[in-house]
Design a protein around this ligand. Structure first.
Ligand code: GTP
Length: 556
């Protein structure tokens, strides 16, 4: 296929602005899929994606489109919409020359519209603004065009108004993709060079890598090398994605397709990596960085007998997602388990949901934490404010965009939910990593009758220590049953106690009511207590039920 008639583009949007719906329309109009209800959002393959209505993994389709008597090959590279996956978005985008930036005609510009715009802008791509949902009663495309002009400096005349749902004006989108987006600047005469922008795992064939060819050509049987690991493979299968796989013998510069080459683990075909021919080494494409987890959580089987089952489920799921890190971990309270690292909170939830849905696993997930770098010196004494305002821009009369610098642990648990509820759902939120910052953090211990409970030790900000310590003591007090003696539940920083709750002793001996009663009843009661004890962990002289740890450690 002549390179001049190839267009590589992505659709980027804030969540729910209609990216998948538009993609479906484009696929239907180019005949890639039949127009039936069943095909709704074909690009969203995973069950979680369908349920949550969000795109988690990038999917791709090659479309053939006739325009003014010429046939064009349009490669639509679908990108995940959520901030957690912005690295995947930026890699997918680097395989494109242009993007369709979708904005909801009612909601206007939102946080991820801005974040995605900058990813495309920095990659110097052609940006075609598309105002979607003009069929909505409250649609106000004039206002949205004014926002686009003000915030992105794109003339309002360049906006295309569509309804992806009804198909209104969608043909025009295809025409503008051909007219405005340039073909890739590549040549089949150059040595073979391809970007891996996505990869999935298939039980029979191993890794299926989605690649964009930046030069040359590749055919079945070629020996290729992945630049990141320096490992060589033989190409077993190649093809186009329409969006289902259509095997071909060769792929050429400018094309986008899939490749199977005997890779056994998605870590061998990481997003952003470069592939080249073994006999013709080339310089790797710039910007590759392995995905870096930012949110960590413990995962434990509900019952230790389920350990092996859960382990193989986690192994199989991570085969498909190279961005999850797994480390074995064990907790005195929860037994043997793992510490998993995720790109963000949504990523973690999706992973957990897939474990439950696809592998029928029941897991205890502990409250997420974020990475810290500890420097053991007194220079941390410097006071630090937790949220620092960076800038503020009025998008129009009703909307303001504010930038803050926040510690990740402050936003990781419930910040987004709080923001949404405080603004009645109007505010939207996006974040990017601003690097490590010095902060006044301290280690907080939890004590039961003076004995430290190792698994409840946490890192907190000094200013938050009192409230965090109090909350933990209260939760523990509610979950530990009364015992024969009084129990002091305390939070401590070093040797200083900062919070305390007391669990009162039983007033009566439990057996007292059995006096004079029959012996079997007494035995039953003792047996029941003994069974209860098995689910307990003894800390000093205090029996703590497993549930108590779970209640304190688990996410709400
Ligand atoms: P993510 O995959 O989560 O990023 O969402 P998305 O941007 O792909 O949004 P999606 O296509 O799933 O659309 C979100 C909702 O908006 C769905 O309920 C669609 O039916 C609806 N929608 C999409 N386009 C239109 C439109 O043109 N008009 C109206 N009225 N609704 C639309």
């Amino acid at each position: 296929f002549p390179v001049e008639r190839i267009r590589n583009f992505s659709i980027i949007a804030h969540i729910d602005h209609g990216k998948s719906t538009l993609a479906d329309r484009l696929l239907e109009m180019t005949g890639a899929i039949a127009k039936t209800e069943k095909n709704k959002q074909v690009l969203d393959k995973l069950q979680v994606e369908r349920e949550r209505g969000i795109t988690v993994k990038a999917q791709t389709a090659s479309l053939f489109y006739s325009h003014q008597g010429q046939q064009y090959l349009l490669n639509l590279i679908d990108t995940p919409g959520h901030v957690d996956f912005s690295y995947e978005v930026s890699r997918s985008i680097s395989a494109c020359q242009g993007v369709l930036l979708i904005v909801d005609a009612n909601q206007g510009i939102q946080a991820q519209t801005v974040a995605n715009f900058y990813l495309a802008f920095e990659a110097q791509l052609t940006i075609i603004p598309v105002i979607n949902k003009i069929d909505l009663k409250n649609a106000d495309p004039d206002r949205v065009e004014a926002q686009i002009e003000k915030v992105f400096d794109i003339p309002r005349e360049e906006c295309i108004r569509i309804s992806a749902k009804l198909g209104t004006n969608v043909e025009r989108v295809l025409q503008e993709v051909v007219n405005r987006i340039p073909p890739p600047e590549v040549s089949t005469d150059d040595p073979f060079k391809a970007l891996v922008f996505d990869s999935t795992f298939d039980h029979y064939r191993g890794v299926v890598a989605n690649i964009a060819l930046f030069g040359g050509q590749v055919k079945k049987g070629d020996r290729i090398v992945s630049a990141h690991l320096g490992k060589a493979y033989e190409v077993n299968e190649l093809g186009l994605l329409r969006p289902d796989e259509r095997p071909t013998d060769r792929l050429y510069a400018g094309q986008v397709g899939y490749m199977v080459a005997g890779m056994k683990d998605v870590k061998e075909a990481q997003i952003g990596d470069t592939l080249y021919l073994q006999q013709q080494p080339v310089e790797a494409l710039p910007g590759f960085k392995p995905a870096k987890p930012m949110v960590f959580a413990g995962m434990y089987p509900m019952d230790q007998s389920e350990y092996t089952g859960l382990r193989s489920a986690i192994e199989r799921l991570t085969l498909n997602d190279s961005s999850v890190t797994v480390q074995r971990d064990s907790s005195l309270a929860l037994g043997a388990g793992w510490r998993l690292g995720f790109l963000g909170l949504l990523h973690m939830e999706v992973f957990n949901q897939r474990l439950e849905q696809e592998y029928n696993a029941s897991v205890i997930v502990t409250a997420p934490t974020v990475p810290y770098k500890a420097v053991l010196s007194s220079a941390k004494l410097i006071k630090n404010r937790r949220g620092v305002q960076k800038n503020m821009v009025y998008i129009d009369d009703h909307r303001v965009m504010m930038k803050y610098l926040f510690p990740l642990n402050e936003i990781v648990v419930d910040f987004y939910d709080l923001l949404k509820s405080m603004s009645s759902g109007y505010a939207s939120f996006d974040y990017e990593n601003a690097g490590y910052q010095a902060a006044d953090l301290i280690k907080m211990d939890i004590l039961l009758n003076g004995r430290s409970v190792e698994e409840l030790t946490t890192i907190v900000h000094r200013e938050r220590a009192y409230s965090a310590g109090k909350a933990m003591c209260e939760k523990l007090k509610d979950s530990i049953p009364r015992q024969m003696f009084e129990i002091a539940v305390q939070a401590a920083i070093g040797s200083k106690i900062i919070a305390r709750e007391t669990i009162k002793a039983y007033r009566k001996n439990v057996l007292a009511k059995c006096y004079g009663g029959d012996i079997t009843r007494k035995m039953k009661l003792l047996k029941k207590q003994a069974e209860g004890k098995k689910k307990m962990r003894r800390i000093g002289n205090v029996d703590v039920p497993k549930d108590a740890f779970i209640n304190v450690l688990k996410r709400k």
